[in-house]
Design a protein around this ligand. Structure first.
Ligand SMILES: *Cc1c(COP(=O)(O)O)cnc(C)c1O
Length: 736
């Protein structure tokens, strides 16, 4: 359902209270619930999710699990009635109290480990933030990583503010037509249904920032969203005073042409730095998550020149010292490049203020400053304007140093100043409530405060194998019901007959080994690798003793025709009797679909063309819930796999010819499934338990959950990058 079509009238009697609103009376249930709904903290607390769900389960689902929308439909009186009916008072009070305690707590990891950051926050810039499905300002992995980063910064108490863009139409919603071809819908979000407010300056006034271009002023207002203890500021160009086309500038994520793109990046980077200044925030560190925001570094330079009277050179040195840059892709097309005219049109006035020539500016985006044939690359300026730069896994570090070695001529590859901090995921966001309760029973009482510590997770080896298996199977059943519901809805939407819709309600079998694959359909991820040999895979799926079933989901970029054909190929398998009922494609992959998948699958399949997957994070989410990874040794898995904590496809070699690599990897994939995964899954004892499999689950959890948590990741950023950039530690990773 579209977010804009609310079947119920919005109650005018229920204005939302400000975030962090202190409820006046002990029984101001509505106010307390609004306070909880207005801080995305609720989204990683299953008891809050359950509370909102219980208030109105049907609307909860229809509203994309959006508590603000739910409460806006409800008067305080109606809520009071529901609360009495369902005896919700103590649960609401508890949720509210927990949030207040969380916000007030000062005994955090950062208080002991990153004290010097205390005075000045880290400003974390990202073009997208994936926090929850009800806040559609993300497209995929990069956004979810940014969301997990700020959630862990909140959890660890690292002083950090997020800076991003508000996309009124978000990323597209995917549907497949009768022929399995992807269609795209951009739906407008009802802004009042989001947990955000205009951000206010120190005098309590909303702010609008302006950016001068060669072609007129560009304006943006600033929204504030609370994500636990972290404030997230989002810039929005839909303001009076902007030209009509500029009002649309931030409406879509990754939509539009290159000019739209550079203008969005101008707003994010330069606008973001201006917004922080207008808000009275004085960052000690700037963290540029991917090159999109790298223009911001130039605005920081200008601020030092303007306020401290520094020369361009000194201001550059100062800005660079405070800046950390994270690169996210070894795929060449993943690096933004702009022609000189677009750079001049948008950065020209700032360049005048900096007192540098057009060539000097362009040189900052060129590997070779003197090569006028090079276009301006955002990754290059990211490297040049930062003193700490990192890739997102060990292998991606190796690849990035090789890829960018020519920026530092004469340096040996090992000394190229690009390190790595491997990505991780926010445990409490991705861990299923039921699994979390199991851990509560067997882990130390404070395990949720020590998510990044190996010790916190070793209790898994003391869990009764039967109990772990049962919990996993309960989650698997949740997933299968979700898939059936979605598939029958998809059939109904396509106008298929009742028999088809009915049979969709019965597809998939909980006793069958279930393999999931959910991610962007970029071609290098090779979603169709398993279907290289249809006869062979159909034999696997239809084996009478040891069958397999597959669940796929993922979007292709609207302009990625080959990606769309991969989707079509897989979606249309449902018409082939060999695959009908054994292969499901769920439309419109988002955080909600991802959460269901990673919590319920037995095996998560990941078979990118090595070494193009910088890290990958979905497999890390699977670990937390007891699923096993079956993956090419690429990205995070290349450093995670130890022989017993999951399955490897191949041995980490690739051929210089893609076709040959693909053929070899397909054979390796079949081999791993046929000889390791399937036999192990179906090897049962007298009680029906797959003991060897359960051992793998335990090893996976104990060796990987802490290490690939975003708490570990943010702790690493703090101690390796932030403390140093903020001047607390003097280690220069350039001279590692
Ligand atoms: C975690 C996540 C991703 C990232 O998946 P990869 O394995 O890194 O490709 C993408 N999209 C959504 C919605 C996610 O939740």
């Amino acid at each position: 359902m579209s977010r804009t079509e609310l079947p119920h009238a919005v109650s005018p009697t229920s204005p939302l209270l400000p975030p962090g609103h202190e409820a006046e009376h002990a029984d101001d249930l509505y106010g307390k619930l609004c306070a909880v709904a207005n801080n995305l903290w609720w989204s990683w607390h299953p008891e809050c999710d359950q509370l909102f769900r219980d208030i109105d389960p049907i609307r909860w689902r229809q509203l994309d699990h959006n508590p603000v929308a739910l409460l806006r439909e409800m008067s305080p009186e109606r809520l009071a009635d529901r609360a009495s009916e369902l005896v919700l008072h103590s649960r609401i009070n508890y949720a509210y109290r927990r949030l207040q305690e969380y916000l007030a707590n000062t005994h955090t990891w950062a208080a002991t480990n990153a004290d010097v950051l205390g005075a000045k926050p880290v400003a974390y810039f990202s073009a997208e933030f994936g926090i929850h499905e009800s806040v559609p300002i993300y497209s995929g992995g990069l956004g979810v990583l940014a969301g997990d980063h700020i959630k862990s910064a909140s959890g660890l108490g690292v002083p950090l503010v997020g800076v991003g863009l508000y996309y009124s139409h978000g990323y597209f919603r995917q549907y497949l037509d009768d022929d399995g071809y992807q269609g795209e819908d951009y739906l407008e979000t009802t802004i009042e249904n989001l947990p955000m407010r205009p951000a206010l300056d120190p005098n309590g006034n909303p702010i609008t920032i302006s950016i001068e271009t060669r072609n007129g002023l560009l304006l943006a207002k600033v929204w504030l969203m609370h994500v636990g203890r972290v404030r997230l500021y989002l810039l929005d160009c839909n303001v009076d005073g902007n030209k009509p086309e500029d009002r649309e500038l931030t409406s879509r994520l990754y939509g539009g042409d290159q000019r739209t793109r550079i203008r969005q990046e101008l707003v994010l980077g330069v606008g973001g730095v201006k917004a922080l200044a207008a808000l009275g925030i004085d960052p000690g560190v700037y963290h540029l998550n991917e090159g999109h925001s790298a223009f911001g570094a130039l605005q920081v330079v200008w601020q030092f020149m303007d306020t401290d009277g520094m020369t361009f050179k000194d201001a550059c040195r100062q800005a660079t010292r405070m800046t950390c840059f994270t690169t996210h892709t070894p795929v060449p097309a993943g690096h933004d490049r702009f022609p000189p005219e677009l750079v001049e049109e948008h950065l020209g006035p700032l360049r005048d203020a900096l007192g540098i020539s057009a060539d000097e500016l362009l040189a900052l985006g060129r590997v070779d400053p003197n090569n006028s044939n090079e276009t301006f690359c955002m990754t290059v300026i990211g490297f040049k304007m930062s003193r700490f730069a990192n890739a997102v896994s060990n292998l991606h570090g190796v690849v990035s140093r090789r890829m960018w070695a020519h920026m530092w001529p004469g340096r040996p590859e090992d000394d190229i100043p690009i390190g790595h901090i491997t990505n991780g995921v926010h445990v409490l966001t991705w861990l299923a409530g039921q699994m979390s309760l199991l851990y509560d029973k067997h882990f130390a009482a404070d395990w949720k405060r020590r998510l990044q510590e190996p010790d916190a997770w070793q209790g898994i080896h003391g869990v009764d194998p039967g109990e772990l298996w049962e919990t996993h199977n309960a989650l698997k059943n949740n997933l299968l019901s979700f898939v059936r519901r979605r598939i029958s809805r998809q059939c109904r939407r396509r106008g298929e007959n009742d028999n088809v819709v009915e049979s969709a309600r019965r597809i998939l079998d909980p006793r069958v080994l279930t393999i999931g694959f959910g991610r962007r359909f970029a071609t290098y991820k090779r979603a169709n690798l398993l279907f290289s040999d249809l006869d062979r895979v159909s034999k696997l799926l239809n084996d009478p003793q040891r069958p397999v079933q597959l669940i796929y989901a993922g979007k292709a970029h609207p302009k990625d025709e080959p990606g769309k054909r991969f989707i079509q190929e897989i979606a249309n398998l449902r018409h082939d009797p060999r695959f009908a009922g054994r292969v499901a494609f769920i439309e419109d992959y988002d955080i909600n679909v991802c959460r269901h998948l990673i919590q319920g699958v037995d095996v998560w399949l990941n078979n990118p063309r090595r070494p193009l997957e910088a890290s990958g994070t979905s497999g890390q989410k699977v670990v937390l819930n007891g699923g096993l990874n079956c993956s090419i040794l690429d990205g995070w898995w290349a450093e995670a796999y130890n022989g017993v904590n999951g399955f490897a496809i191949g041995r980490g070699y690739s051929h210089s010819k893609d076709e040959i690599t693909d053929q070899r990897d397909a054979l390796a994939l079949y081999d791993t499934l046929e000889n390791q995964v399937i036999p192990c899954y179906y090897d049962r004892d007298a009680d029906g338990l797959p003991n060897a499999w359960i051992k793998h689950m335990m090893h996976s959890i104990s060796t990987l959950a802490w290490r690939f948590s975003s708490h570990r990741m943010v702790a690493d950023y703090s101690s390796q990058a932030y403390l140093w950039a903020a001047g607390g530690v003097t280690c220069d990773m350039r001279n590692r």
